[in-house]
Write a new protein. Structure first.
Length: 497
């Protein structure tokens, strides 16, 4: 006797499982809980990728005296080439991982990172060194969103805040690891050794990731597959490069020169074209309409502002301690240790206050800005204990605000777009870092004429001016973040995706 039309067997037959359904033939099974070994490997990848943003700062004195004959602007490009490629490719790299596999994207990123390090180590000219840094930045762009999206897919909901706090801690500690590692290299080895060390280290990370990190489901061939938007990627990256060019090259050519004004105009036009393209495209890199959410806007701005301040400090810290205080490179690298204390301890408490992000995010940024203004008062006669106190203030502010900001950005998008969400947050970090380095280096160059020590008094004056500018910007951003987290989104909290 045939089954009734409305029987359970008929309903099951009439609705075939979708490709992303765990019950579909050939579909990946849901991964188990996140193991500690996998978390450690993912955080180690993050730490190394983020550490290479800071490590180069300890080698600026060596590089400026090297046979490569780097100019002040070339020194800045050596730092920022890694960061701007990193920032510009983060969102499409996250989409690649979501579409084709996050573990594969992670392993490919580690390989690209190592290849760029080898190119930099072999560089015989400024152009090749900068190019190698850019290739490594592309590898880091694949690593960062893949690590976070794997955490978001594997960790149960109740464990995600702690997993994200660990990820955020690894990002912050990457700055210290980069400073310490760069300092040791600068003290005892050639600058090329920093890049050679990255090659076997990347090989170890790749082997560990292949063994410990689980594969997660991806959305290739399904309606949920994230967009790959080469036109949007090109417009966004070119616009960011044009703006940075204007900032970095302004001391050499003058703020009112046709070249600098043209660079800023080109950046504005390219970023406007990116926005217009995204609004018209059926599958944009990122839909600007997601920023209808006041909370997402505030969290993205706060993330960028926090790293704007942090990496401005990293850029001047080693030079201040070496040029003005007479420290060796290794001692200067480890002298940043107080900056890690708050990053290590405060996120444990900040994660508990995630339900009330406004005072955590806004208050933390306010502390960062206040610490930068305080640091702008140091000079040749300042005891290290005083300097360390201001580092602790900045550290506590960073540890307070970053978990709440990170969680707010990531949670604004659905889990199936975890790669895009993490890419957006990490892109904000790296854009902020690139701008922090560029603005600080430019103000220094305006005061010293070289971008590094033209004399201890000149350097101290330039550092003070730079940190005052950066500190004020961070404090203004803190006020905007406070308002954004307290306001109501237009149309509610739903974000179009």
């Amino acid at each position: 006797m045939p089954a009734p039309a409305h029987s359970p067997s008929t309903r099951r037959a009439a609705t075939p499982p979708s490709p992303g359904d765990p019950g579909a033939p050939g579909a990946p099974r849901p991964p188990g809980p996140l193991k500690r070994s996998a978390l450690l490997v993912l955080c180690a990848c993050v730490l190394v990728a983020q550490g290479m943003v800071a490590a180069i700062n300890l080698l600026l004195p060596q590089l400026s005296a090297s046979g490569l004959d780097l100019s002040a602007s070339e020194l800045l490009w050596t730092v920022d080439a890694y960061v701007i490629v990193f920032a510009g490719l983060l969102i499409p790299a996250g989409a690649l991982g979501d579409r084709y596999g996050r573990k594969g994207a992670l392993l490919a990123g580690i390989g690209l990172f190592a290849a760029g390090a080898a190119v930099s180590a072999l560089a015989g000219s400024a152009a090749l060194l900068i190019a190698g840094r850019g290739v490594s930045g592309a590898g880091a762009a694949l690593i960062m969103p893949a690590t976070m999206s794997i955490l978001m897919r594997v960790a149960p909901p109740e464990q995600r805040p702690r997993a994200l706090a660990s990820w955020t801690l690894a990002v912050g500690l990457g700055g210290f690891a980069g400073n310490a590692g760069g300092g040791l290299v600068g003290e005892y080895l050639s600058w090329r050794a920093l890049f050679w060390v990255m090659v076997p280290l990347a090989a170890v990370l790749a082997l560990a990731a292949a063994r410990a990190v689980p594969r997660t489901d991806h959305s290739a061939g399904t309606p949920a597959a994230p967009a790959l938007d080469p036109v949007g990627t090109l417009l966004l990256t070119a616009g960011l490069v044009a703006v940075l060019f204007g900032i970095i090259e302004s001391p050499m050519h003058g703020w009112a020169s046709a070249r600098i004004l043209g660079a800023f105009a080109a950046g504005a036009v390219l970023l406007a074209l990116f926005t217009a393209h995204a609004l018209r495209s059926p599958a944009p890199l990122v839909d600007p309409r997601v920023f209808r959410s006041a909370r997402l806007r505030a969290a993205t701005l706060g993330t960028a502002a926090g790293f704007f301040g942090l990496f401005a400090l990293f850029y001047v810290n080693s030079q201040y301690l070496q040029y003005v205080q007479g420290y060796g490179a290794a001692r200067a690298g480890f002298a940043i240790l107080p900056l890690t204390v708050g990053m290590a301890l405060v996120p444990r408490f900040a994660a508990r206050w995630a339900a009330s992000p406004r005072p955590v995010a806004g208050g933390g940024l306010l502390l960062v800005g206040a610490g930068l203004l305080a640091t702008s008062t140091v000079g040749a006669g300042t005891p290290y204990a005083v300097y360390a106190c201001w580092l602790l203030v900045i550290s506590a502010g960073t540890g307070l605000c970053m978990p709440a900001l990170t969680m707010s950005v990531v949670s604004a998008l659905p889990p199936r777009q975890a790669g895009l969400g993490s890419g957006l947050g990490t892109s904000a970090r790296e854009i902020g870092a690139a701008l922090g380095v560029a603005v600080t280096g430019t103000v220094l160059a305006d005061h010293t004429g070289t971008g590094h020590a033209g004399g201890a008094a000149d350097f101290t004056s330039g550092m003070a001016a730079a940190l005052r500018v950066v500190g004020i910007v961070v404090i203004v951003a803190a006020a905007v973040v406070w308002a954004g987290f307290s306001g109501r989104d237009r149309g509610g909290e739903k974000i179009p995706v």
